[in-house]
Design a protein around this ligand. Structure first.
Ligand code: FAD
Ligand code: DLZ
Ligand code: SF4
Length: 550
């Protein structure tokens, strides 16, 4: 009786449910590097390197603890290059009598797993992913038949259930559930955020990076600045570094952005947490302990815990509750193709250039850059949610559909019509100017909404409001901007809408009015070092999803 225990690339956790009761005498653990998982979207090179390196380290760790591990390397000629193929091949090889795995993080993989029984002729047991703090059954129960789901109420339930930051069973520490209002500071001049701990690639990671550069040369980004933790021990060090050096000011500057400051006071733990190297509860407990020791203020610790216990669990719940239809949502009927500048970073918009440039270099941007810069632009410009979703899936080291899709369709694009968030996170240039110093060095003028040099976020914002005025009229939370729009001079609105139309048409042609050099992909702009940080990259082919049933 041999059980084949399958561990996916984002399941590198010692406490994984598929490994519970692991018997070194009878069981075999399979980890399989497969091309299909590296290319279903053409992930950033750093993401592939991180996942493969984490898998190799995890396999070695299991072997070191005396377990039998079969490891399929990507460059092994026998590798079938799909998960189903490797499971079937290795099941035969080890004479498995049953297959055991933990629920995957993506709906498409779950569908695949549902075919494994037939493909292998073996029983397949799928266990709950207990690394999350809220089970799906519990989330479904909480969601019940509520007309509106709101993160804040879910989060309070989770606080009560876990006891995190609670003074008494129904009393939050400090007397309030949420300190969001204290988490909206911009970065004052002279505050220098401590650089996050980065982990120089070891021999295993260097080998994987070489493999990635060879096999996935045309994927977005590069590995020159790879510094992700690739083992649980390193992820723990990254967490400790954050708690000691950045957590105390995390709350104050959670929403801030600054030119040349890619990480500010953020934790940089999502990539490690999402591939299983760091336990979300351990991260919350570490932050709570810093608060109890008086080393970090409540607004920082509550803000951090809310992101993990609240948002992270909430988006996962929404994903499994609403898939597969969720991936096809497009409530605002947005259909514009993703402009080339999302890949090239060649734009005169300083905020976009900064967010996209660091995304290429680090496979990382913090939440406000993702939501209020690249996401906000996509919302205002009416970009096709499928293409935007693909972009977010490609470019970040922490991207997995269970977390990326609700953030993109729900939070950034309002494509789900309000399931995730009660109103679109639309903002004009004024917001970006308030929260960052990007506008100071920008070719556009954030104070202008029409005419030469007008900030695109301004005219696109009002064009967006006018375009959807009828729909938003039913939403109380949109009453204020709609009232402002209503009071505006009609000619001014018409001028902004004309400006928006011209700007978007130019983007469609691969041009941008504010760029002195053409934004088009040309061989000259792809080669010369003086064009840096232009990004010499091919456009990844858009991935079209088959529409979900119903
Ligand atoms: P911090 O700001 O330090 O926050 C701490 C932790 O809280 C994060 O590590 C993360 O685990 C969690 N968290 C914070 N915000 C969210 C959120 N909105 N949803 C879920 N978890 C959250 N996060 C991903 O992990 N993967 C994605 O693919 C992803 N795609 C996104 C796409 C868009 C359009 C937006 C707006 C957000 C997306 N996020 C995604 C959420 C968030 O931006 C990242 O989790 C965060 O930037 C990771 O950096 P950090 O570890 O420094 O986070
Ligand atoms: C992201 C990723 C990559 C790049 N490669 C692999 C791989 O070779 N083998 C594997 O088992 N998993 C990989 N993964 C993670 C999977 O894509 C992930 O498990 C699914 O998307 C479900 O979340
Ligand atoms: Fe971005 Fe507009 Fe500010 Fe330029 S002026 S950085 S485009 S918000």
């Amino acid at each position: 009786m041999t059980t084949l225990r399958v561990v996916l690339g984002d399941q590198c956790s010692a406490g994984l449910s598929a490994l519970e009761g692991l018997d070194p005498a009878r069981d075999v653990v399979l980890l399989a590097e497969v091309r299909a998982e590296c290319t279903y979207v053409r992930h950033h090179k750093q993401k592939i390197a991180l996942v493969l390196s984490a898998m190799r380290h995890f396999a070695e760790d299991l072997r070191g603890r005396g377990f039998r591990v079969v490891y399929s390397r990507l460059d092994d000629p026998a590798n079938t290059q799909t998960l189903a193929g490797e499971v079937a091949r290795v099941a035969r090889q080890v004479n498995a009598t049953r297959i055991l795995c933990t629920q995957p993080g993506e709906w498409r993989v779950l569908q695949d797993m549902r075919g494994w029984e037939e493909a292998t002729g073996l029983p397949v047991e799928l266990r709950e992913d207990t690394r999350f703090l809220c089970s799906m059954a519990r989330f479904r129960q909480w969601a019940g038949d509520k007309k509106q789901l709101r993160m804040e109420y879910f989060y309070r339930e989770m606080r009560r259930a876990t006891g995190l930051l609670m003074a008494a069973p129904d009393e939050p520490a400090g007397g309030a559930w949420n300190y969001d209002a204290e988490n909206r500071g911009a970065m004052p001049a002279g505050v220098v955020p401590p650089a996050p701990r980065r982990f120089p690639p070891d021999a295993t990671t260097r080998e994987v990076i070489a493999l990635v550069e060879r096999e996935f040369a045309d994927h977005f980004g590069d590995c020159a600045q790879f510094g992700w933790p690739v083992t649980a021990a390193e992820a723990q060090q990254a967490l400790e570094d954050f708690v000691a050096r950045r957590l105390p000011r995390f709350g104050d500057f959670q929403d801030a952005m600054a030119e040349g400051e890619a990480t500010l006071f953020h934790a940089l733990i999502s990539a490690a947490m999402n591939c299983g190297l760091l336990d979300p509860m351990a991260a919350c407990r570490a932050a709570e302990a810093a608060y109890r020791r008086g080393e970090a203020p409540l607004n920082a610790v509550e803000g951090f815990i809310r992101q993990i216990l609240g948002w992270r669990e909430y988006v996962r719940g929404i994903y499994w509750l609403k898939m597969p239809d969720y991936a096809g949502t497009n409530a605002l009927e947005a259909g514009r193709r993703l402009p080339w500048l999302y890949w090239s970073g060649e734009t005169a918009m300083a905020c976009m250039k900064s967010a996209i440039g660091q995304t290429r270099d680090l496979a990382y941007a913090h939440h406000i850059q993702r939501l209020m810069v690249t996401g906000n632009f996509a919302l205002l410009a009416g970009l096709d949610p499928v293409e935007v979703n693909d972009w977010y899936m490609v470019v970040y080291a922490d991207a997995y559909e269970w977390v990326e899709l609700p953030n993109t369709h729900g939070m950034a694009l309002h494509a789900d019509g309000g399931v995730m968030a009660s109103k679109p996170y639309a903002a004009s240039g004024a917001y970006i100017n308030r929260m960052s110093n990007h506008c100071r060095g920008c070719a556009y003028d954030v104070k202008r909404a029409t005419g030469p040099g007008a900030c695109p976020f301004n005219f696109l914002y009002w064009d967006f409001m006018a375009r959807h005025a009828e729909r938003f009229a039913r939403n109380m939370r949109m009453a204020m901007p709609l009232r402002t729009l209503g009071k505006m001079d009609r000619q001014k609105v018409a001028a902004m809408r004309a400006e928006a139309a011209g700007f978007l048409a130019a983007l469609d042609r691969g041009e941008e009015p504010g760029l002195t050099a053409p934004a088009r992909r040309t061989s000259a702009s792809r080669r010369g070092p003086d064009t840096s940080p232009s990004l010499p990259l091919p456009i990844p082919a858009p991935r079209r999803r088959a529409p979900g049933p119903g």
